[in-house]
Structures are given as structure tokens and as C-alpha cells.
Design a protein around this ligand. Structure first.
Ligand code: IMP
Length: 423
């Protein structure tokens, strides 16, 4: 953590790396916590003072009275879901309006964006992305095509703007032949959500963040999704629609590249993916089922089974390069406790060609593995690095050498106490 800098905390594979588990370690160190991309497709599970919260759009610094939280311009926000999420926090006793500012430049997800999300998926047939259905893609598409509505729009003559955009969406849906939908109930709550949002500070967050930085304060940019779901660097078209990488911190918050400090890359000791798309390390056997079961790998937003596999060095090296990761955080080491052999994907192979560089088209590549001995020891009660079983220490050392990046935090269980800071 450096004064006057923005540190980034990023999922560097397919999301769901378990950021929620470490944010309570991170957020106390920062004056401001900001979300820079994505929206309610994210589901960060946070346990605070023994209570479980799933944060979708709200940054995880929200539990701390003295901290400013920002939903940045790179985000998309659904007023109804935001209201639901925020009211849950208010009911639990957190005063949000003094600690949460929303960028006027963030874009609004309309109920009809969610219908369009479903309609586009339906039209794709077998090539479905498997989206979260939250309207993310249609909203970012309209942001790019300059027809979208922004949070700032709700401050003035909103109804007319809303009705015009809704009519445009209805026409698009009719053109797609997608007419079997009814948003009337959803729309009522959504409009209520707009009124609720109007009671929050809707601000020029890029100016606020830069003011903080000028004053030498620290900012944490909290990522959502993961590098391989990034619109540019992910496994396109099986990606989300925002910039989930470190470059997205600059555009999604309005901070200059030279303001970036540490880049923390989070990954799991194995790999998972939700939704469709290439996943060379995917296990279709009992081992995959066992990882899913032990690791509770079911989607926080959609409840879908996560696809599971071994750790992927091709993906991690690529993500470290794209993000400029300075420190790695390895989560869920304990999930692999019972496996006699731990496999690591070191390369991809297709039609006699082997590569260690992330290919343009990850479809059809098979993983090439190196086998390492498992530790077959319960890691969950270990609190000091010195007590790691040799095979686990060797696993970490091997990954660090291959990835040329230090793993500074290792998590061996869901509890705060099961987080080990390495020297
Ligand atoms: P969308 O972001 O809803 O458009 O979904 C696009 C793809 O990203 C789908 O494969 C989703 O399952 C995946 N995705 C979106 N958000 C998350 C997340 O927070 N964690 C993991 N996968 C996600």
C-alpha cells in the first residue's frame, strides 16, 4: 500500500476467486474503496460481524463508518437490485448515505435490458454465453452505441428519457420476435429503486477519487468477475461486457495509469468457471465433482454448478502479464487437502501444437499437466507458514517460480483466522 495510489484487488481467472474472504483484511488499510466495472452479475459474499451479506454493486468497504465507498463510472447499476441490496444493509444498521457515492456517469440497467439479455441468449441457440441474466451485455452495448441512460439522467426529467428508451427496447424485442415477457411488476420496483437512488449522493466520483489521491490518501479498486471474463482479454465471446482487468481501473474510475500502486491478483489453488466457454482444465470426472463438493463451487448469483479443474499456469501467466500483478493471493488451498496427486496445467496442446501462451481461440485446446505430490494433510488449522506440510510449501514454491510473482497471502479455510500472510 502506497500513499496517494490506487491498489487493485482483482480476480485473475474466471471470477469467484473468493475476494469476499480477504476484503475485510484489505479494506481497513484504505480510505476509499471503489468498484470500477460490472454490476449485479457479481456476488461478493462477505461475513461481517458474524452476519453474511452478498454484495453485488456496493463496495465492500461499506461496513466501515470512516470510509468512502464509490460505485464508479465503469459500472452498470440496476436501481431495483441496488435498492434491495442497500436496504438489507440499512436494516442491519449501516448508514449508507454518508459512506456511499454513486458516479453520475455509471450506466443504468433497465428491466428491458434484462429481457434483451434473455432474448439475445435465446437467439444464440447452442452458442449461449450462459450470462447471469442481469442485463449486463445489453447495457454495456448501449453504452458503446451511445443510446444508454446514465445515473446522472435520473436527476432531471427522467420519466421521458426512460419511456423513450423502453420504447426503443420494445421495438428491438419485437424485431427479434421475442414478445413473451411482462415487466410490469419488475418495472414498479425498478421505478421505486430510481426514487430510492435519488436520495443518495450522485456525484462526479472521478474528481472525488483524484482529490483523495492528491491528499495522499489510499484507494482500493475492488474488481469483479475475472481477467478471463474481460471483454478484450477474456475468452471472447464467452466473456462479460466490461473491462475487468487493471486497465479497467483507470477507465472505470477516471484515474491515471501512474496512480496505480500494488496489483493484487487473486486465484484459487484450482480453477472454476461458471457459464459456457472454453475451459481446457475442466474435469468431467469424479475429481471435478469432488473439488466442487469440497469447495462448495456453486454460483453466488445464479446458484449454477461451477465447472471445476486444476490450476492453469497458462491462464495465470497471461493474467499476471495483462494486469501487471505484483502480488498473488492463493485461496482455498485446503480444498485440495485429500488429493494424493495435485495436477498443474503447464501448457495447452491442440493438433500436435503445444503452447504456453494464451491462444487467441482457447476452444479445442487440451491441458498438458505436471503432477505434484499432494500434501494429504488438513491445512485448516494451520496459522503459520512454518507449519505448512512440505508438499504444500513445495506447491506454493513451484507456482511462485513458474509465475515469477510472490504469493503473499494463502488462505486455508473460510475463516478470517485461516488467512496466512507470508513473509
Ligand atoms: P454476464 O456478465 O451476465 O453477461 O455473463 C457473462 C459470463 O460471465 C457468463 O459466463 C457468466 O457466468 C460470467 N460471469 C459474470 N459475472 C460473474 C461473476 O461475478 N463470477 C463468475 N462468473 C461471472
Amino acid at each position: 500500500m502506497t500513499k496517494g495510489k490506487v491498489d487493485a484487488l482483482l480476480g485473475i481467472v474466471f471470477g469467484d476467486e473468493g475476494k469476499g474472504k480477504v476484503v475485510d483484511v484489505f479494506t481497513p488499510r484504505y480510505d476509499l474503496v471503489a468498484r470500477f466495472a460490472g454490476g449485479p452479475n457479481a456476488g461478493h459474499t462477505i461475513i461481517f460481524e458474524g452476519k453474511k451479506f452478498v454484495l453485488r454493486s456496493i463496495p465492500s468497504g461499506i461496513f466501515d463508518e470512516g470510509k468512502l465507498n464509490i460505485i464508479g463510472n465503469g459500472c452498470v447499476i440496476a436501481p431495483d437490485l441496488f435498492m434491495q441490496e442497500a436496504k438489507e444493509l440499512e436494516t442491519a444498521g449501516y448508514d449508507l448515505r454518508s459512506r456511499l457515492h454513486i458516479s453520475k456517469r455509471a450506466h443504468l440497467i433497465l428491466p428491458t435490458h434484462r429481457v434483451l439479455d434473455r432474448a439475445y441468449e435465446a437467439a444464440k441457440g447452442k452458442a449461449k454465453v450462459g450470462t447471469t441474466g442481469k442485463g449486463i451485455g445489453p447495457t454495456y452495448s448501449e453504452k458503446a452505441s451511445r443510446t444508454s441512460l446514465r445515473v446522472g439522467d435520473i436527476l432531471d426529467n427522467f420519466e421521458d428519457k426512460y419511456l423513450a428508451l423502453k420504447a426503443r427496447h420494445e421495438k428491438m424485442l419485437a424485431d427479434l420476435g421475442y414478445t413473451d415477457y411482462d415487466i410490469s411488476d419488475e418495472e414498479k420496483v425498478w421505478i421505486e429503486g430510481i426514487k430510492y437512488m435519488q436520495t443518495f449522493p450522485l456525484t462526479d466520483t472521478e474528481i472525488e477519487i483524484n482529490r483523495y489521491l492528491e491528499e495522499g490518501k489510499n484507494v482500493l479498486a475492488e474488481g469483479a468477475q475475472g481477467t478471463l471474463l474481460d471483454i478484450d482479454h477474456g475468452t471472447y465471446p464467452f466473456v462479460s461486457s466490461s473491462s475487468t482487468v487493471c486497465g479497467g481501473v483507470c477507465t472505470g474510475l477516471g484515474v491515471a495509469p501512474n496512480r496505480i500502486g500494488e496489483v493484487f491478483g487473486i486465484f484459487k489453488a484450482y480453477s472454476t468457471r461458471v457459464g459456457a466457454g472454453p475451459f481446457p482444465v475442466e474435469l468431467f470426472d469424479e475429481t471435478g465433482d469432488k473439488i466442487r463438493e469440497i469447495g462448495h463451487e456453486y454460483g453466488a448469483v445464479t446458484g449454477r454448478n461451477r465447472r471445476c479443474g486444476w490450476v492453469d499456469l497458462v491462464a495465470l501467466k497471461y493474467a499476471i502479464m495483462i494486469n501487471g500483478v505484483t502480488q498473488l493471493i492463493m485461496m482455498k488451498g485446503d480444498v485440495l487437502d485429500t488429493f494424493p496427486t495435485i495436477r498443474v496445467c503447464t501448457a495447452y496442446e491442440k493438433d500436435g501444437v503445444t503452447t504456453t501462451d494464451m491462444p487467441y481461440d482457447t476452444e479445442g485446446w487440451n491441458a498438458v499437466y505436471k503432477d505434484l505430490p499432494g500434501w494429504q494433510t488438513d491445512l485448516t488449522s494451520i496459522t503459520r507458514e512454518e507449519d505448512f506440510p512440505k508438499a504444500f510449501a513445495d506447491y506454493i514454491k513451484y507456482l511462485e517460480e513458474e509465475l515469477k510473482t510472490p504469493i503473499t497471502i494463502v488462505s486455508v479455510g473460510p475463516d478470517r483466522a485461516q488467512t496466512i500472510f507470508r513473509k
